[in-house]
Design a protein around this ligand. Structure first.
Ligand code: ADP
Ligand code: MG
Length: 684
């Protein structure tokens, strides 16, 4: 019996070269081999008689080879092996291309099972390159076959064989993190049964039973890991804020706060008045008014004699927050400093000095505020805006500056509550579930190319009415294709200027521009000096230009729904009726279905649910942005109820055995250790 950590080289039938290929799939050990689950299944369990075959369907046929296979060379590089096979109901023509050796695999008069897609004409069925084996072998036909993700140098057959061999060599010791009590309480399948049937299902019922176990297992391990991290969050001593008169701040606002805003502020202040560092997430849809909630917290921190750092994901947004906070808090004598990459060396030095000496109270910038060498006099509060851009790691880094400051994180990505409990497991959550009064829903239309001329006319009409327009182009921001992409966005903007709107002021905004160039463009757009702003997703977060009333999105199919929702949040910020036009691009019917969601609702929660359902969490959060390890079997969208159950189980396990030191929890413990090690960069 082999140890689970055995190198796959030593598994019978694998060897040096194949081991190397398998390592590309992340398979290095016996444990990883048996845990390499199929991505899909091929149902080869259905047998048909020849007269039942339907063209276009897949089926198995048991048939006798009726004529000797004949090899003919059609031309160089193309030869064909052909013969007929029969059962008591009819005859089928079998053809193999470029497999001249195959003719020796068949003996006339013997029965084989063929599996493949039926082609040919009604009454004259054919198989081309079918899977086949001797009747009764039941290795590759007559059953549900696993379909694995492949890489160069390994075939489906090879992986299936290696896995089967691996399962054999494991004996009784299979990877199994579920504590026995959790498993038996929920009547999940035994590990042996589950592993056998997730790879080589006896039937679909067995497959489902096994899948259910692994989904639960995966979500339970994840929940335990998050619960463990949370319990490890040593309750540090923090600084309790002196109580302030927040009504004074409320009274200075140009509007009445919504109930949800007030509740969120109360919750945050309640935290900060305690001598334990706050760790709170404020979740609210775009436009729900999160900034003023954060400003209230800054007000309290500064009134208590401390400093606040206000962190934004982009420089544009930092500038904007700087302006907003200055308007809101300078009247109270509070000093606000902007710290961005765009500052000159001298300005930067001065800013650093003011922060260190305590001459400034509120510092607004990007993540450099906590990662760089900024020294604070008395950092009391850290605010991180638009949290979906920060991973768990960065979140943790927030608390490491200064002397355990209070932390307030703001997110515009509405996610279902159970999921939030796991992802933000270590934080308390406030939800702003109410928009400021008077917001008009944005009318959204998904259109095809045939509407382009009319959309251009509509853009012109908006500009003539004094409004401004965003045109958003998809752009891959982080890879080699970037330059290609940038070129096409530039060309697009030029074309729009020269060929469509020669008389309008059009400008371009993208991520590669220098900070001061970006700022110049944004300032000009804010001031109404630009009619149409062609932009990449750099405008996705936070930018606030109330006069912009129309957004046109090119190739909208390339964006996730949640991202489109964020983008759309850039308009409808003023008193003007606003519109969003989504050009469908070439995405086909799935993308049309997705875009329809955008036209039907302005509710971020509904949109994110649809997004999760239609795309899965990987894309939903952006690559690894969610800070969670990849899930192999479970799906955050469809397995939501299991997620809840798994979380309950996890909480119970951790409550009974907080350090997971009992022997029953050893398996679970090792899984979690491995997960934390593997994702050290994102979990720690
Ligand atoms: P987000 O939650 O997307 O960050 P913002 O904080 O940028 O939203 O607020 C969006 C706009 O709504 C801003 O112009 C802000 O001044 C305004 N706003 C915020 N709260 C209210 C309110 N209670 N009543 C009216 N307008 C508000
Ligand atoms: Mg915001």
């Amino acid at each position: 019996m082999a140890e689970l950590e055995t190198d796959i080289r030593y598994i019978k039938g694998v060897g040096e070269a194949k081991a190397k290929a398998l390592s590309k799939l992340g398979i290095h050990t016996l444990r990883e081999l048996v845990s390499y689950f199929p991505r899909a299944y091929d149902d080869r369990s259905v047998f048909k008689r020849i007269d039942e075959l339907i063209v276009g369907e897949n089926a198995c046929v048991a048939a006798v080879v009726a004529s000797p296979p004949r090899l003919s060379r059609v031309r160089k590089g193309l030869d064909i092996t052909r013969f007929r096979a029969v059962d008591e109901t009819g005859s089928i023509s079998i053809t193999f291309f470029n497999q001249s050796y195959i003719k020796d695999s068949f003996k006339v008069g013997e029965t084989y099972v063929f599996y493949g897609r039926v082609v040919g004409k009604i009454g004259q069925p054919e198989f081309t390159n079918p899977v086949f084996e001797k009747e009764g072998a039941n290795q590759t036909t007559g059953r549900i076959m696993p379909v694995y993700h492949l890489t160069a140098g390994v075939s489906q057959n090879f992986i299936a064989k290696a896995v089967a061999q691996g399962l054999l060599e494991c004996g009784d010791v299979l990877p199994d993190p579920l504590p026995p009590v959790v498993r038996s309480e929920r009547k999940f399948a035994q590990a042996r049964y589950a592993y056998n049937n997730i790879h080589f299902p006896k039937d679909f019922e067995a497959l489902e039973l096994s899948r259910r176990r692994f989904i639960f297992e995966e979500l339970c391990v994840l929940s335990c890991a998050m619960a463990l991290l949370k319990s490890r969050r040593v309750v540090k001593h923090g600084k309790a804020l002196k109580k302030c008169d927040i009504d004074e701040f409320y009274a200075s606002l140009p509007f009445e706060l919504t109930g949800a805003q007030k509740r969120s502020i109360d919750e945050a202040l309640g935290d900060m008045y305690k001598p334990v560092p706050m760790s709170r997430l404020v979740q609210g849809d775009v436009g729900s008014g999160k900034t003023v909630v954060a400003a209230a917290c800054c007000f309290a921190a500064v009134r208590s004699g401390g400093q606040a750092a206000f962190m934004a994901p982009t420089e544009i947004l930092a500038e904007q927050h700087f302006k907003t906070l200055t308007a809101l808090l300078e009247p109270f004598g509070m000093r606000i400093t902007l710290l961005t990459g765009g500052l000159k060396a001298k300005e930067k030095r001065e800013a650093y000095a003011a922060i260190e000496s305590g001459e400034t109270d509120i510092i607004v910038g990007t993540h450099a505020l906590i990662s760089g060498g900024v020294v604070y006099k008395d950092l009391t509060l850290v605010v991180a805006d638009e949290q979906h851009r920060f991973g768990v790691q960065q979140r943790a880094a927030l608390g490491q500056k200064g002397d355990s400051p209070h932390i307030l994180v703001m997110s515009a990505t509405p996610i279902p509550r159970t999921l939030a409990l796991i992802i933000y497991g270590e934080m308390d959550v406030s939800v702003i579930d109410e928009l400021p009064p008077g917001r008009q829903p944005i009318d959204t239309y998904a259109v095809g190319e045939d509407m382009r001329a009319r959309i251009y006319a509509f853009m012109r009409k908006q500009v003539e009415a004094g409004r401004q327009v965003y045109v958003v182009c998809p752009m891959v921001e982080e890879n080699e294709e970037y330059d290609e992409n940038l070129k096409s966005v530039k060309e697009y903007a030029e074309k729009l200027q020269n060929a469509v709107f020669p008389d309008l002021k059009i400008a371009l905004l993208h991520g590669r521009m220098k900070p001061n160039e970006k700022e110049a463009v944004m300032t000009a757009f804010s001031a109404g000096e630009i009619d149409v702003l062609v932009a990449t997703t750099v405008i996705e977060v936070g930018v606030d230009v109330p006069n912009a009333s129309l957004m046109v999105v090119e190739n909208a199919d390339r964006f996730g729904l949640s991202q489109l929702h964020q983008l759309r949040g850039r308009i409808g910020r003023g008193e003007h009726k606003s519109y969003c036009v989504l050009f469908e691009g070439s995405g086909g019917s799935v993308s049309r279905e997705r875009l329809k969601v955008m036209c039907e609702t302005n509710d971020g929660f509904k949109i994110s649910e649809a997004d999760l359902r239609l795309r899965g969490p990987g894309d939903f959060f952006g690559k690894r942005q969610h800070g969670l390890p990849e899930l192999k079997v479970a799906n955050f969208a469809t397995d939501m109820t299991v997620l809840k159950d798994a979380k309950d189980a996890a909480d119970e396990v951790i409550m009974r055995d907080p350090s997971l030191s009992s022997p029953d929890n050893a398996g679970l413990r090792s899984y979690i250790d491995a997960m934390i090690e593997k994702s050290a960069d994102i979990l720690n």
